[in-house]
Design a protein around this ligand. Structure first.
Ligand code: NAD
Length: 458
């Protein structure tokens, strides 16, 4: 079968089965347990694939890939019964005698498109939400993380209900063909450019779209902070996955009075984490492909090297790198998505806020300070997908917070109950008795009826 036949057969089967499968609590629970078993029983194979794709260490894989999905699954299993229960709602006087509630109903056949940087997490965490919501799903892993795509394509049909879930592999062309099908929801993680394509392709079918995009997430380092811990945390968040993390701190805006100390701590901590020769570290990732390697090399233009700067194309290695940059440096014009951290001096908190507000809304915003007033100013005066004070990246796996972008960094969110809500339709239900049948709403209208209606609607 060629790709288009495979796609048609898969789509038609899942669409046909939509009304025939009872996606009740038991089915959802069993599918979540099956997804959990899939991750646990194939942990080694998944880790191997992540190593081959990105040189990702077992520790990072467990923590940032399988671990995140497992925590989503466990949280959904704990809360699913509550989430599925219709939520009662107030019923106003004019609708007495009646009862009201909100039922979160499944959306239907969904399409989940993943990115390569966290190829397990970004495909299977939304899948956990899709299952909790009672949906069917076609998963489209990124072709760029080819080893994990293969493992997912092999395992999903073995573990999950084949009438409800399928994996379709492919790149831009194949995804384009997938997007021609009318899905009930598209959940996309990836770049803004492809996000725009997805949104445009969904429009003719009026398919709702969730876009989990990227952008330049700033970190502001105040003069009044713990510089040692700030440096440790920024180095960890930036060089995790070799900077190929959507919520990595993209650049640092720093108060000039603490810049020297910060840079010196950063150098120390990079050596502490990855040794004098990070190429030999088993804990340090590689760049995904040559295209991104060359793009990153190009971003060094016009910057002042402070640390690192070793680029080895033969094994796609870029050492943890710190540079000084200015607003018009090339590196400040696009999302970096690699292990290069530009540091820019900024005179004051007010200027940092203005700097951030002049740019597209970021996916995450980080503030390092002891000063609660500084925190409050950033929280109230800037807009970002999420915000994290005195740390970075670590807020991403939380099941209690929504995860998603705003403006240029995306639309919609997931994780925990937010994922359940994204993958369901909130249907408002009013259930009325025939009596009383208040006559004031019926014609012929009169001043008296208008007055009574006004009172009832107050
Ligand atoms: P990408 O947009 O190139 O690819 C994402 C997916 O879209 C892949 O599955 C790919 O096969 C598909 N695709 C590529 N070109 C396409 C086309 N022309 N038409 C249809 N589909 C197409 O993104 P990427 O390089 O995989 O990921 C990097 C980007 O993703 C970064 O911008 C990063 O910030 C962002 N990201 C966001 C999040 C988040 O949760 N918000 C997480 C990870 C990555």
């Amino acid at each position: 079968m060629d790709f288009s036949q495979t796609l048609n057969t898969t789509y038609t089967k899942l669409r046909d089965q939509l009304g025939k499968t009872n996606r009740d609590y038991i089915w959802r629970k069993n599918q979540l347990l099956a997804l959990k078993a899939m991750l646990e029983e194939n942990d080694h194979e998944i880790n191997e694939a992540l190593w081959l794709d990105l040189h990702k260490s077992r520790f990072e894989s467990e923590a940032s890939e399988q671990g995140v999905v497992l925590s989503e699954i466990n949280f959904a299993l704990e809360n699913l019964a509550d989430w599925m229960n219709p939520q009662s709602a107030a019923t106003p006087l004019y609708n007495q005698m009646g009862k009201s509630h909100v039922r979160y109903e499944p959306i239907g056949l969904t399409l989940i498109i993943g990115a390569w940087n966290y190829s397990i997490n970004l495909l299977l965490a939304p899948l956990a939400s899709a299952i909790a919501g009672g949906n069917a799903a076609i998963l489209k892993p990124s072709e760029i993380s080819a080893h994990t795509a293969k493992v997912i394509a092999k395992l999903v049909p073995k573990y999950l209900d084949p009438n409800s879930f399928a994996v379709i592999e492919g790149g831009a062309e194949e995804t384009g063909m997938l997007l021609e099908k009318p899905f009930d929801l598209i959940f996309f993680t990836g770049s803004s450019n492809v996000g725009k394509i997805v949104l445009a392709r969904a429009a003719p079918n009026l398919t709702p779209v969730v876009l989990e995009l990227g952008g330049k997430s700033p970190a502001y380092v105040d003069k009044n902070t713990n510089i040692k811990i700030t440096a440790r945390r920024i180095a960890w968040g930036k060089f995790l996955n070799a900077g190929q993390t959507c919520v990595a701190p993209d650049y640092v805006l720093i108060d000039p009075t603490v810049k020297t100390e910060f840079l010196s701590e950063m150098k120390k901590v990079i050596i502490e984490f990855y040794g004098e020769n990070p190429e030999a570290s088993a804990d340090y990732c590689r760049i995904i492909n040559e295209k991104n390697f060359s793009r990153l090399q190009g971003l060094m233009e016009g910057t002042e090297l402070i640390h690192g700067g070793i680029f080895k194309k033969e094994n796609l290695f870029i050492s943890p790198t710190i540079v000084l940059a200015s607003t018009d440096s090339k590196i400040m014009q696009e999302e970096i998505f690699g292990p290069i951290l530009p540091v820019l001096e900024i005179e004051s908190m007010e200027k940092a806020i203005a700097f951030i507000n002049q740019r597209p809304k970021p996916l995450a915003l980080y503030v390092y300070t002891h000063d609660e007033k500084v925190v409050e100013s950033f929280e109230k005066e800037t807009s970002s997908g999420s915000m994290c004070v005195n740390d970075n990246v670590i807020h991403m796996p939380m099941t209690s917070l929504p995860f998603g972008g705003v403006g240029a960094s995306g639309m919609g969110n997931y994780h925990g109950i937010y994922g359940f809500k994204t993958f369901t339709h909130a249907k408002g239900v009013l259930d009325k008795s025939f009596q009383p049948d208040i006559s004031v709403r019926y014609p012929p209208y009169s001043n008296r009826k208008e007055k009574v209606l006004g009172w009832l609607m107050e």
